[in-house]
Design a protein around this ligand. Structure first.
Ligand code: DGT
Ligand code: CA
Ligand code: CA
Ligand code: ZN
Length: 571
């Protein structure tokens, strides 16, 4: 699929034209780039079928350009423009605080062409000297670079968690281990992980370490020993195995689960009592062991309730544990439904029946079918007529199903101005309307805030879908005044989605916690396009837990009738 390549070149052309002072055209290119970027079907298919003009904003001239890119991998106009400003514009403008104008200034004044150049001049303090830039911008660029680097080499939770479980199972199956547990950021349910930290107990540590190194998933052994081994797996992720004695397993699990910030707080607490806390245990002033076999006994000895790993970020969890005010975090077992599911009626790859089977196999009691509404000819989605027929089909299926319920929902589109395209005459037939942004990602903060506020205040909208629009490691969240959106959503009774797709996890955990303060409720959905995607529910639950959410904050924990009554339309 070449959509990303095409969009990238069109965006660059827009930026380069703008820098040349060309009017109107940049907007046209940007519009086309957006359409290509948000088109879920391969652009090369549209070219082949001669259907490019069905994309919004794509006229004859831009269609030709897209064909050229699809055919040759590049665009003559783009090359021409780039010859005048020979820089990696796309990479540079991905850095927060760097727009095309800044790139031009940086190139002309300091010869910056690449990210590496940018990093060098920022570190050397040269940006602050340039007229039109200055120290504030230099600082912002340094921060932006740091963030960009932070997400670079990390793997998605949705990739790392199944992989880690698989490795742990294999190790256990070798018969050489008594216990094997993932720790680190993975155990904390973080959306991305830098590496895998695995803890184990073994009666034969040498042999056990050898078995680890010999796993077929291992590409390269970095270190191997009875206490610690490190390997690089196929795919590049590093995995550390630490084999520890049984009596200090709890201490090691606590230590290597982190986070570092949480551990520092905990150690301070030990020190304040004249004790010592490390990965071997909790010890008193005479070096006598106070605790270490389990995490619980360590937290207890420090006067704390056991803290769930998802909360261990030094965000107030220790104070809460001290006074017995930890939240009772929502659990996967409490989730009764997946409330964002696509089928082959739009761009999904499963039938309604297959969606039901996938949900039942995972112990769910109901699901909401929320296929896309069509907003452009070329993009698969339901017309109002299709939706009417789908609703009838779902009703027929429901008659045949006992002990399971399909809800009729839809994923509508939020236009640039915040209006939502759901067919109003069908609202009474629908159980659930999710409204999401699928186009025009780059608006000003003010415009985007007004747009989302208008959508959440729409009488027909029950849920704001994947609210921040981020794609982890690929596209940042929109600039939005979240407090304003949360306040209005809570007031309007509109729920916010926690989209469990591992590349989205949207809302992110920090915003979930912020939204809770406003009394916002959450709706969990996998955005499944195939049966196996229903497994994503777990990542959504981990994200909710990292956001301190309890069962009562999550609509999916309600039995179906209570769920319907709790939605905005049910009030
Ligand atoms: P990651 O791998 O970047 O996603 O994040 P973590 O949290 O898994 O970090 P990692 O793998 O470097 O280390 C695992 C845990 O070990 C970390 O969460 C806390 C603990 N740890 C590592 N280094 C230190 C340290 O210098 N001080 C303390 N207190 N704990 C540490
Ligand atoms: Ca780690
Ligand atoms: Ca590590
Ligand atoms: Zn969706």
């Amino acid at each position: 699929m070449k959509n990303r390549l095409v969009a990238k070149i069109l965006y660059e052309v827009a930026d380069l034209l703008e820098l040349e002072g060309v009017e109107f055209k940049p907007r046209a290119y940007r519009r086309a780039a957006q359409a290509v970027e948000s088109c879920p079907i391969p652009i090369e298919d549209l070219v082949e079928q001669g259907r490019l003009h069905e994309l919004p904003g794509v006229g004859e001239s831009i269609a030709q350009k897209i064909e050229e890119i699809v055919r040759t991998g590049k665009l003559a106009l783009h090359e021409e423009l780039k010859a005048k400003l020979p820089v990696d514009l796309y990479a540079l403008t991905q850095v927060e605080g760097v727009g095309p104008k800044t790139v031009k200034l940086l190139y002309e004044a300091l010869g910056v062409r690449t990210l590496e150049d940018l990093e060098r001049v920022a570190r050397e303090g040269k940006i602050r000297e340039v007229k039109g830039l200055g120290p504030k911008i230099e600082e912002k660029i340094l921060r932006g670079l740091q963030e960009a680097r932070g997400t670079e080499k990390r793997e998605l939770l949705g990739y790392a968690l199944p992989l880690a479980r698989h490795l742990c199972q294999k190790l256990l199956a070798s018969g050489l281990f008594v216990r094997v547990e993932p720790a680190g950021s993975l155990r904390r349910g973080k959306e991305t992980v830098g590496d895998l930290d695995i803890l184990a107990i073994s009666a034969h540590p040498e042999e056990a370490a050898r078995a680890f190194s010999r796993l077929p998933e291992v590409e390269e052994v970095l270190a191997q020993g009875p206490k610690k081994s490190s390997v690089r797996l196929h795919g590049g992720l590093q995995a550390d195995l630490r084999i520890v004695p049984e009596e200090s397993f709890g201490a090691a699990l606590q230590y290597f689960t982190g986070s570092k910030a949480h551990n520092i707080r905990l150690r301070e607490r030990a020190v304040a009592r004249g004790w010592k806390l490390n990965e071997y245990g909790l010890f008193d002033a005479e070096d006598r062991r106070i605790a270490g076999r389990t995490e619980e006994e360590i937290y207890q000895a420090l006067g704390l309730a056991w803290i769930p790993p998802e909360l261990r970020e030094d965000q107030g969890e220790i104070q809460a544990a001290e006074v017995g005010a930890l939240p009772k975090l929502v659990a996967l077992s409490e989730i009764l439904a997946d409330l964002h599911v696509h089928t082959d009626w739009s761009d999904g790859k499963m039938t309604l029946q297959e969606a039901v089977e996938a949900a039942r196999a995972r112990g769910l009691r109901y699901i909401a079918i929320t296929d896309h509404l069509r907003f452009a000819q070329a993009i698969p989605g339901l017309s109002a007529d299709d939706l009417r027929r789908q609703i009838e089909e779902i009703r027929r299926l429901n008659e045949k199903l006992s002990d399971f319920r399909l809800l009729c929902g839809v994923e509508a589109n939020i236009a640039r101005d915040g209006t939502v395209d759901v067919p109003r005459d069908l609202l009474p037939e629908l159980d659930l309307v999710i409204a999401s942004v699928h186009t025009h990602f780059r608006l000003s903060k003010k415009e985007m805030t007004e747009r989302l506020v208008r959508a959440v205040e729409d009488e027909g909208v029950d849920v704001l879908g994947h609210p921040t629009g981020r794609l982890i490691g690929e596209r940042p969240a929109y600039e939005v005044d979240w407090d304003e959106v949360f306040r209005r959503a809570a007031k309007a009774g509109t729920a916010l989605e926690v989209n469990a797709n591992p590349q989205r996890l949207d809302l992110p955990a920090d915003l979930i916690r912020r939204a809770l303060d406003y009394g916002v409720r959450f709706l969990l959905g996998t955005d499944a396009h195939a049966p196996e995607h229903l497994d994503f529910l777990e990542y959504g639950v981990l994200t909710l837990r990292r956001g301190w959410a309890e069962a009562a904050d999550v609509l999916n924990t309600l039995p179906v009738e209570a769920f319907l009554a709790a939605l905005k339309r049910g009030r």
